[in-house]
Design a protein around this ligand. Sequence first.
Ligand SMILES: Cc1cc2nc3c(=O)[nH]c(=O)nc-3n(C[C@H](O)[C@H](O)[C@H](O)COP(=O)(O)OP(=O)(O)OC[C@H]3O[C@@H](n4cnc5c(N)ncnc54)[C@H](O)[C@@H]3O)c2cc1C
Ligand code: SF4
Length: 497
Amino acid sequence: MDTSLENSRDAKWRVDLRDRRPVKERTSIPRVVMPMLPAEFRVTNNDEVNEGLSPEQASIEARRCLDCADPQCVNGCPVGIDIPGFIKRIEAGDPLGAADVIKLTSTLPAVCGRVCPQEKQCESKCIYNRMKKQPVAIGYLERYAADTQLADLKSHPGDRAFTLPEPLNIRVAVVGSGPAGLSFAGSMAAKGYDVTLFEALHEIGGVLKYGIPEFRLPNSVVDAEIEALRARGVTFVKDCVIGKTLSYEDLRAQGFQGIFVASGAGLPRFMGIPGENFIGVMSSNEYLTRINLMGAGRPGEDTPVLKGHRVAVIGGGNTAMDSVRTALRQGAETAMIVYRRSEDEMPARIEEIAHAKEEGVRFLTLHNPVEYLADEFGRVRAMKLQKMELGEPDASGRRSPVPVEGAIEEVPVDLVIVSIGVSPNPLIPNAISSLAVSRRGTIEVDPETMRSNLSDLYAGGDIVRGGATVILAMGDGRRAAEHMHAALYGPQKTSRL
Ligand SMILES: Cc1cc2nc3c(=O)[nH]c(=O)nc-3n(C[C@H](O)[C@H](O)[C@H](O)COP(=O)(O)OP(=O)(O)OC[C@H]3O[C@@H](n4cnc5c(N)ncnc54)[C@H](O)[C@@H]3O)c2cc1C
Ligand code: SF4
């Protein structure tokens, strides 16, 4: 538990706020609707689509929560946030206290409140589902509490200053500044470690910066969380590629006693079909990085990016939705999702699919590209799509797509963005020959402690899981911090923290 956060507030942070308001009155309140920018306006810019709840909306939504005696929503949250605890704080008019409760288990609540797939996690377990009612809007409330705290810190930076822990004078290094690295850095800094985070790119934030677009997660939100870590003493070193600029041995020679690798899964996958090397066929990773990180398309920026009139994005995950909605904002006349299963099997968050549809994205489900065709200049001009139907469930439990014999159509396109998944970044696994790595290229760790076969090297997030989620990456960072702390500081001394 992050004890410094606990101590930063009134020690009675967990009070029983249950009142006797009748259950029927609570359950008769309809779920709040998130205010958002109109679709025709938002495709003209990069402004955040969801505008956030007002204090009145948050208070009414919080009233819906029944503060269940055995809250299943908590089991649905990968880091076990005390969900009724924070929601009841909001109901009591204490959003700052609510944010403190969340921060006991989650480092980046303003991020998670925006991008977590709540409908598959906490909200899927809410008791309202059993009543055939819409679940409590846990994600919206998390965002509300976190945003209120960020705004409060901005306007009264001195008022809620925390006490820095006594330094332990032990240096630890973090490789990669995505949610796993940031979460680990925050947990270790809170315990008094001297934390240095190394990032290969010129921006801190990992996928939160170079992948997820600002219309879904503004950079200012990520930056505010990074500043909070800086204030806790974390040192950030950008433009430093571990395994190239500095080796594992260099880090050890510099006195780092523990190393947490959180280098992510940024290696794009392709389908291996004819025409993937034509001009105008690229990975979503390249497309989004050019635009989000390098500023392509913004006035005054040098980085080029191909613009398409007819853009096809291959895939059905969050990355595909982000790419297709970005293409619309880059001026595409037609932007379409090509997905080999049906919409029910799409892994993207339901909200992103709904937003994409509102913005005019076409959905070509049960279609799979089999070949791209180019013009005389080598630029893609069309794709051949195989029509699919659903067969038996596969290992993932989803019905597998089966080609419909002879049903192939040609669809004109001038830009194709391939978004069918990612593989772990190979640099660190390749650079440390003694490190145990799986056949998939992920770093092998003990799932309890996140420790690798090298006693001072821990790992977590996508480099261990393959492409996963922000909250799972954060949970890994937190768990690794607890276990590295126990290993470095010794169980006999940890009681003081
Ligand atoms: C476009 C997109 C949209 C997504 N949307 C969602 C969503 O809505 N909800 C959700 O939960 N998840 C989403 N995800 C997945 C989620 O972002 C990832 O699971 C998460 O970011 C993984 O965190 P991480 O810390 O392991 O790695 P990353 O965020 O990938 O960060 C790894 C960092 O390590 C750096 N690095 C790599 N190698 C080195 C090295 N050798 N030296 C130094 N630095 C190095 C990289 O530059 C990078 O900054 C999305 C992913 C993408 C790509
Ligand atoms: S399950 Fe739903 S109603 Fe019960 S505590 Fe969790 S959010 Fe509140």
